[in-house]
Write a protein that binds this ligand. Structure first.
Ligand code: ATP
Length: 198
């Protein structure tokens, strides 16, 4: 098995690259989806959050009130760290389970937005970083419905491209049209993934 950690700033094109890798046969594990599943109704994750942050972070029917929780942790790094300590270990455990369940010889890609921030680079055989000029990311995020101010604030709250480059085995640039990204994914696959699976 080859384990690839895929990361990049918000709106850089991680999901797009993950989809291109899936087309080439990779098994994709999406950390954002696992994070949502980790706090779904009935989970120990949601119970731990309710205990830590109080009933104000739950909706009337007992699900997570994401907006209320975001308001609590947004300006409070200690609260953010307490939330991360609940969610991240659960996401990692589930990601490891899914990777272990993939057929032998699989190429497993984990899309981990905060790979650098959470110090996970060493968990992967290859770290693939997607980089896109911040203003292009803002424009693409605005097209997706985010305000420009929110997009810039989220970009500023994450690791820098330089920090991501420092742990990257390969960097893909996504400033151009989708075909250029697809060509880079093809090259990554033939130069790095195929040799690693032999
Ligand atoms: P997030 O961090 O929010 O999960 P992401 O890094 O997964 O985002 P994508 O969702 O792949 O990024 O891309 C962000 C947006 O930009 C999407 O709407 C996507 O369709 C669009 N996009 C990605 N690459 C390109 C491109 N080369 N040209 C134009 N639009 C693109």
């Amino acid at each position: 098995m080859v384990k690839i950690g895929l990361t990049g700033g918000i709106g850089s094109g991680k999901s797009t690259v993950a989809a291109l890798l899936a087309e080439r046969g990779a098994v994709v594990v999406d950390a954002d989806r696992l994070a949502r599943e980790a706090v779904a109704p009935g989970t120990t994750g949601l119970a731990a959050i309710a205990e830590e942050f109080g009933p104000g972070v739950l909706t009337g029917d007992g699900a997570l009130d994401r907006a209320a929780l975001a308001a609590v942790v947004f300006a409070d790094p200690a609260a953010r760290a307490r939330l991360d300590a609940i969610v991240h270990p659960r996401v990692r455990a589930r990601a490891a389970e899914l990777a272990a369940a993939a057929p032998p010889g699989s190429v497993v890609v984990q899309d981990v937005p905060l790979l650098v921030e959470t110090g996970q680079a060493a968990s992967f055989d290859l770290v693939l970083v997607v980089q896109t000029d911040p203003e292009t990311r803002v424009a693409r995020l605005v097209d997706r419905g985010l305000s420009a101010a929110d997009a810039r604030a989220r970009i500023a709250s994450q690791a820098t491209d330089e920090q991501r480059r420092a742990v990257a085995d390969v960097v893909l640039r996504n400033d151009g049209p989708p075909e250029e990204l697809a060509a880079q994914v093809d090259r990554f696959w033939s130069e790095h993934v195929e040799p690693a699976t032999c």
